[in-house]
Design a protein around this ligand. Structure first.
Ligand SMILES: [Zn+2]
Length: 886
């Protein structure tokens, strides 16, 4: 990736020519368009003859010079302007030279046309029956300039007065800030004088806010209200705006929100300062949620907790609620300097979100899930980095700001914050972040300013840390060798790291374990590796440790191999390691050895010792259910990343291993499966109760039904009929769809009839269909797309139907699958570039595929690159071209 050109580089974000002080906006929602006028009050930071504003796909009606507040003459002077559409710039000629330090005002009048497929600026969302067109907005990164001209820059923080006019039938007209009591004494819209069919409301946003956080919407919602009171006595009103008839389904999210706010108050020294904190459901979005200062939008699929909410959706609901709220502190009050620092906003916020998750759920279960997101084969950062197309956290440049919203920013970067805490220690970390949020309160900060706060409080140089983790693509591949010398009573761990551009500064948590698996006193440490190779020596170790538990909880982002380990030692760790993550990791390495053997040769014999240990894990009654689930679940993805792209072989190896487990332990699997009661509703007070048990039950279930026997069909149908949660029900239906059970298609059709009227239920159904592994799966996907109820512009459904197939290795790597993927990307790109781009990630390892897959995928990538030209679809075109270059 050397020749790639970027549209935006850091130097494009030079000093702003003006300070934006205040905007007075009038936003008028008409039938087909939105008319906006905006009076921008500014102070010149140097002498100006002209001013260039960001303006995207607008119709510019007029630009006027206004006399300043306090000026006697209230005159509006038309100004000359040039609208450079291709550059999204509106260049305004000043009537005379404006001098440094002078305050001046410009008023723009423009029109924008809300789209039903570009979910940026003001766009059309799903309209409730009988209501006027629903409008919502998304301004991050550069959506504001699609509403009206502005300095669409994180540093252009200003106060705002926003008046909204719209049809009187809307239940809510919302923007940032508090309702002006002068114009709207009841806090509600008032009828427009002389026109009872229209209503008007004005908001005053008195804290300076970056344009990317702006929100304006006109919609029909029902509301659920509540409040929290901080220990200080300060109270905050809470409000959920939901689709009509859905308020019951936000009672649990409201409780999660209340917990989150108080938890952030207790643990993050942050109290909300606004009057009301509102959460607004949006049906269509490419993102899960967006923090719009006081008006968080969350995609309806995740905002409501219903009978169709899967366990991963429930986890996500917790995560997104606390995440968006934390953005008040990190993002809204202390804002990134430029899009190059967006990682900072997100990584720090994800870190807080993760702390909350570890507090609410079993922290081992949460950490294991995080590591799954790191190694996700489609969108995880390790896979992205292996593809060699991206990986630097602070980018060199970008063509579209959406490129900055990926697994590198959200997952790898969050690991960097985690490693920072391990390196400087939790106490110094807290001191450092306090300094950061106080020093840059209500201002902007960049990556270097963030890190200097931690250097200042800790006295530790983070130069090497920053260079390795922020300004370079790639991850360290660390190996260790261990040795015990009984004569000197020394235990030595020799570390080596391989990374072409020089060593990373990284933390490794570890301990030496005795024969019972307990940590040997004094050996639990966080070791810091800075060199290409180095050693850690423990003195006075009286007896040979049973094993070294290295890289606990996946301490650093990258790969780790203990070269001295043996199968016996790994088995010992799987049985006894007191670190749950390392128990799972040890067993996975043993499974990986079997997987690789079968990938190389499907006739290879599966090791009896592995199978025996598997049986031991299966019947271990002490093990927490989610840890057991992670150990027993046989996945396709190898641990050894050299085999990452052996997709077809991965499918074969997984099935062989699962069938072998089934053959050896079928009765035990069935007995354990039956023992876990996930059906009784009485035991579930909250939907999160039993989440780990459900995970284990469904891992056992998949192992039972892998043989596709008549007996297994009975198990599937029974699990389906008895299920009382969406997770169990969908697991059963997914298995049914992969089976040869004769009633399969009939039951799936029944499911469609029952679920398609529900946003999340329909998405679950589409995932079940696209996860199919029988010969009719592509015909079934085709039929789903033809149904009148399917809407390709609904991102929740498009993601469910298309992205599920992207990770369906058994089917997508067939000729038909590759053709399907190519056609779908070509068709989807003009409709939804974000989902099309994610779908295209399937081909990210083109150069590393084995023949003949490589040749076939290269043909497909060429079709995509020529079908989606650089001028019309630059993002997808460049993505395909980059994969072609390899
Ligand atoms: Zn975020």
């Amino acid at each position: 990736m050397t020749e790639r050109k970027y549209k935006y580089l850091r130097e494009d974000f030079g000093e702003l020519p003006v300070r934006l002080d205040h905007m007075t906006m009038y936003i008028n929602f008409m039938d087909k368009h939105v008319a906006a006028s905006n009076c921008l009050e500014m102070t010149a930071l140097h002498d100006l003859d002209e001013l260039s504003l960001d303006a995207k796909e607008l119709e510019v009606c007029s630009v006027e010079w206004c006399s300043c507040p306090g000026d006697r003459s209230r005159e509006y002077l038309p100004l000359q302007f040039e609208y450079l559409r291709e550059k999204d710039r509106l260049v305004v000629n000043m009537p005379r030279k404006v001098r440094t330090g002078e305050r001046f005002m410009i008023r723009t009048s423009t029109v924008c046309v809300p789209s039903d497929r570009i979910f940026e600026g003001i766009y059309k969302d799903t309209t409730p029956p009988g209501a006027p067109q629903q409008y919502i907005s998304q301004c991050q990164q550069w959506g504001f300039q699609r509403i009206m001209p502005v300095l669409d820059d994180c540093r252009a923080k200003c106060t705002m007065t926003t008046t909204i006019e719209a049809d009187v039938r809307y239940t809510h007209l919302i923007s940032n800030g508090n309702v002006s009591r002068k114009s709207n004494p009841d806090g509600r819209p008032v009828p427009k004088p002389g026109d009872p069919s229209r209503q008007i409301i004005t908001y005053e946003n008195s804290l300076p806010m970056a344009p990317y956080l702006f929100l304006v919407c006109a919609g029909t919602w029902e509301s659920l209200a509540d409040n929290i009171v901080y220990p200080s006595g300060v109270s905050v009103k809470l409000e959920y705006l939901v689709p009509p008839g859905m308020t019951e389904h936000v009672r649990i999210p409201m409780e999660i929100l209340k917990n989150s706010i108080l938890w952030i108050g207790r643990t993050q020294d942050y109290e909300y300062t606004g009057e009301t904190y509102r959460t607004i459901c949006m049906n269509k979005s490419n993102f899960g949620g967006m923090e719009n200062v006081g008006n968080t939008t969350i995609v309806t699929d995740a905002a409501l907790i219903t009978e169709h909410t899967l366990d991963f959706g429930l986890l996500y609901a917790h995560a997104v609620i606390v995440h968006e709220f934390e953005h008040n502190q990190c993002g809204s009050e202390t804002t990134m300097e430029t899009p190059f620092d967006v990682w900072l906003n997100e990584a720090y916020t994800v870190d807080v979100e993760r702390q909350f998750m570890a507090d609410v759920f079993n922290p081992d279960f949460i950490r294991l899930n995080q590591v799954e997101s790191i190694r996700n084969p489609l969108l995880g950062p390790l896979a992205i980095e292996d593809a060699g197309y991206a990986g630097r956290i602070v980018r060199e440049g970008f063509n579209d700001p959406d490129e900055l919203i990926d697994g590198v920013t959200y997952v790898k970067a969050a690991e960097v914050i985690r490693m920072l805490r391990l390196i400087i220690g939790n106490g110094k970390f807290i001191e450092g972040k306090r300094l950061y949020f106080s020093r840059y309160h209500n201002g902007n900060a960049d990556t270097e300013q963030f890190f200097s706060c931690f250097e200042e409080v800790s006295g530790i140089s983070l130069k090497q840390f920053r260079e390795g983790w922020l300004y370079r693509a790639g991850y360290p591949r660390v190996t260790a060798e261990t040795a015990y010398d009984s004569a000197s009573k020394r235990y030595i761990v020799r570390f080596k790291q391989v990374q072409e551009a020089g060593p990373f500064h990284l933390p490794i948590q570890l301990a030496l374990a005795d024969a019972r698996g307990a940590d040997i006193t004094g050996t639990a440490v966080t070791y810091q590796l800075r060199e290409a190779s180095d050693e850690l020596v423990f003195e006075g170790i009286e007896e040979q440790p049973a094993f070294a538990s290295l890289n606990r909880d996946y301490s650093f982002y990258g790969t780790f191999t203990d070269r001295s380990t043996t199968k016996e030692r790994l088995a010992g760790q799987a049985r006894l390691d007191s670190n749950a993550y390392n128990r799972v990791d040890a067993f996975r390495r043993l499974t990986d050895a079997e997987r690789i053997k079968l990938m190389e040769d499907p006739d290879a014999v599966i090791d009896d010792d592995w199978l025996a240990l598997y049986g031991e894990m299966l019947t271990d009654i002490q093990m927490p259910p989610s840890i057991k689930a992670f150990i027993l679940r046989i996945e396709e993805q190898p641990m050894d990343r050299a085999y990452l792209t052996w997709y077809k072989e991965q499918v074969v190896a997984r099935e062989l291993l699962m069938k072998e487990v089934n053959r050896a332990y079928r009765d035990t699997l069935i007995a354990l499966f039956s023992d876990i009661d996930t059906y009784s509703k009485e035991k579930r007070i909250s939907p999160k109760d039993g989440i780990e048990e459900r995970m284990l039950k469904n891992v056992l279930f998949d192992l039972i039904v892998i043989d596709d026997s008549r007996d297994s069909h009975v198990v599937i149908l029974d699990h389906y009929r008895r299920a009382t949660t969406a997770t169990d029900r969908c697991a059963a239906l997914s298995a049914l769809n992969r089976s040869s059970e004769p009633s399969r298609r009939g039951i799936l059709e029944e499911t469609y009839n029952k679920w398609h009227t529900h946003l999340s239920g329909y998405a679950n159904y589409l995932r079940i269909i696209a996860g199919g592994t029988r010969e009719d799966v592509f015909d079934m996907i085709g039929s789903e797309r033809q149904r009148p109820t399917f809407d390709i512009t609904q991102p929740t459904w498009a993601r469910a139907l298309f992205l599920t197939m992207a990770v369906n290795n058994k089917m997508v790597w067939t000729d038909r699958g590759i053709g399907w993927l190519t056609d779908t990307i070509l068709e989807l790109a003009p409709v939804n570039i974000t989902t099309a781009g994610r779908l295209l990630n399937t081909f990210q390892h083109a150069a590393r595929l084995r023949p003949p897959l490589r040749e076939k995928v290269i043909v497909s990538l060429n079709r995509i690159a020529s079908g989606l030209t650089e001028s019309e679809h630059p993002v997808i075109h460049n993505q395909a071209a980059a994969y072609l270059k390899g």
